[in-house]
Design a protein around this ligand. Structure first.
Ligand code: PMP
Length: 422
């Protein structure tokens, strides 16, 4: 009895102390903690931790993450609640509805991964493919390469169709490969961010159905910027990331599976290689499996889900993108800069790839714009490295005034970065 009273008093004191500490300036509680640590440990506390956290403001005009608007930023700073509290389940239910709208799907099996776009990529493959099964991957930039590697690592029999960065696969080519390799899954990147390509999707879902193949599409760089209609386009599995056109912080990734995909992934002979990404567990955690109780599986990123909810609530309208992207493209061409994807209809509106201006060192140009304009743009990625520089105007950042800033920074870099060998 006595022990219980003491314990309760201790808990109350701790609670009071926590309230007091939370009212102190951000960096103040650190010193006493470090002093205490110093008395009992041999490795001293790091000097850097005596400084308050410093994060500069940057114009994030690369391929992601993009700047986060105030409403979404504020959501991530809200007080934490438990990951299994009823209010959290409600927020997760909102997220599910928001994703269904963003993906244009009625799929029940719609969730957000606790992890970045790669988590969704791995979840899709780990759950729908078993070791030894045939997988077909369209490679025309880094994302196909990455998926082929993930599938290979889990023991799939991987076949690739390869084009140069930014190349397009015709429906005839795809059908021929489906007939030849009889894959259980075909992967295509809708928004190839390493090449700046928006790959056409129409008709491919029908071909996959005809050949008894699941159609998996990556929209990490394109969702919200380039139209996609999961149900109408017969896409079986679709995923995206939080940090691009959705404008949320990195670290969560929406994904949806239709009935065909569920049939395959819930009738497996083997368990998926990952426990964390096992949809049998995740579907329960997200309340999608029809069970009365949602059980503990892992501790979801509570703040990340708050932000994701808000980003889905204020999803930037897709029609803004072509106008701003067109404005940027014209401005670039007027400056004599060449665009990497020549056919306008195939350009990704969220990530524009420009051919590295002849004779310039792209790294030097990027460093110059970071130093003098506080602005991030990036070089190519994977097979497009050394071929392109990438400019991303996504969601909240997708505004003509930002396009003007990009054009001014590039013009300044061209003027001041000496022509040298790249
Ligand atoms: N797919 C595409 C098309 C991407 O652009 C990215 C991120 N650049 C990813 C997948 C991987 O996403 P993440 O970095 O969030 O893991």
């Amino acid at each position: 009895m006595m022990q219980r009273t003491l314990f309760r008093r201790g808990a109350l004191l701790a609670q009071k102390a926590a309230v007091e500490v939370s009212l102190l300036p951000m960096s103040a509680p650190l010193q006493p903690r470090l002093d205490r640590a110093m008395s009992s440990v041999t490795i001293p506390p790091p000097e850097c931790m005596l400084r308050p956290l410093e994060v500069p403001f940057r114009y994030l005009f690369g391929p992601g993450p993009s700047n986060v608007p105030p409403r979404i930023l504020a959501a991530g700073g809200r007080a934490i609640i438990g990951h299994l509290h009823p209010e959290m389940y409600e927020i997760m239910n909102d997220i599910k509805k928001g994703i269904q709208y963003a993906f244009q799907t009625q799929n029940n099996m719609t969730i957000a991964m606790s992890g970045s776009g790669h988590a969704a990529m791995e979840c899709a493959i780990f759950n729908t493919v078993e070791p030894g099964e045939s997988v077909l991957v369209a490679v025309n930039g880094i994302w196909g390469e990455r998926v082929a590697e993930i599938a290979e690592r889990m023991g799939a029999n991987v076949h690739i169709m390869v084009k140069a960065p930014g190349g397009i696969f015709s429906n005839e080519e795809i059908e021929k490969a489906l007939a030849k390799h009889k894959p259980v899954l075909f992967f295509l990147t809708h928004g190839e961010s390493s090449a700046g390509l928006a790959h056409p999707v129409d008709g491919i879902g029908d071909l996959c159905r005809k050949h008894n193949t699941l159609f998996l599409v990556d929209t990490v760089a394109s969702l919200g910027a380039s139209p996609i209609f999961m149900d109408q386009q017969n896409i079986d599995i679709l995923y995206t990331g939080s940090q691009k056109a959705l404008n949320a912080p990195p670290g969560t990734a929406p994904i949806s599976f239709n009935e065909r995909a569920c049939q395959k992934m819930f009738n497996r002979k083997t368990k998926p290689v990952s426990y964390l990404f096992d949809m049998a567990h995740l579907s329960n955690y997200w309340g999608n499996d029809g069970q009365p109780a949602r059980l503990y599986h892992h501790t979801g990123p509570v703040s990340g889900f708050f932000s994701l909810r808000e980003s889905l609530a204020i999803l930037y309208p897709v029609f803004v993108f072509p106008e701003v992207a067109g404005y940027l493209w014209k401005g670039l061409e007027d400056m004599g800069i060449k665009l990497f994807i020549q056919n306008k209809d195939l350009r990704l509106p969220s990530v524009t790839t420009i051919v590295i201006p002849e004779g310039y060192n792209w790294r030097e140009m990027l460093q110059y714009m970071m130093k003098h304009h506080n602005m991030e743009m990036t070089g190519g990625l994977g097979p497009s490295t050394g071929m392109v520089m990438r400019v991303g105007l996504m969601g909240y950042n997708c505004q003509k005034t930002n396009a003007d800033m990009v054009l001014a920074a590039l013009a300044d870099a061209l003027k001041n970065c000496k022509k040298s060998k790249a």
